[in-house]
Design a protein around this ligand. Structure first.
Ligand SMILES: [Zn+2]
Length: 138
């Protein structure tokens, strides 16, 4: 297993009234030249969790930080007009929290943050992940 010390949250930049399936995600990322979906995990609006890229493999989700990180993406992140918005459903919040707890047990000491905390020009994931998850035991 590679060394992992960072967990990064993303949104899929999907409008809240649209659907973005894991198949679409996989296809879009392959079209960008990735070997598979760039994120390790994808969380649907229903709260269902998809394991997209094995943790052993380096994800492709944030330039300069891929090697030591895990990428988690939730479906959503835009309002119906395409503006950034925290569209997480209660089910998504629950799944993400449970996933983070699990990952912190397996990879203690990880820093948790949002994509935007590493790249100042992005809104992703449209909520303050570092603050929201600061209470989690690391
Ligand atoms: Zn992102």
């Amino acid at each position: 297993m590679r060394k992992i010390n960072l967990i990064v949250l993303h949104c899929s930049a999907t409008r809240e009234d649209r659907e973005y399936t894991p198949e679409q995600l996989e296809r879009d990322h392959r079209a960008r030249g990735f070997i598979s979906a760039g994120y390790n995990y994808y969380v649907r609006r229903t709260g269902s969790l998809l394991y997209m890229r094995p943790l052993e493999q380096i994800p492709a989700h944030v330039k300069g930080f891929n090697r030591n990180s895990i990428g988690i993406c939730y479906e959503g992140g835009l309002d119906s007009r395409g503006q950034p918005k925290d569209t997480r459903t209660p089910e998504q919040k629950e799944t993400i929290l449970a996933l983070l707890h699990m990952l912190l047990i397996r990879f203690p000491g990880c820093r948790i943050c949002g994509h935007r905390d590493l790249m100042s020009l992005k809104a992703c994931p449209c909520f303050n992940a570092a603050e929201e998850y600061a209470h989690l035991p690391s």
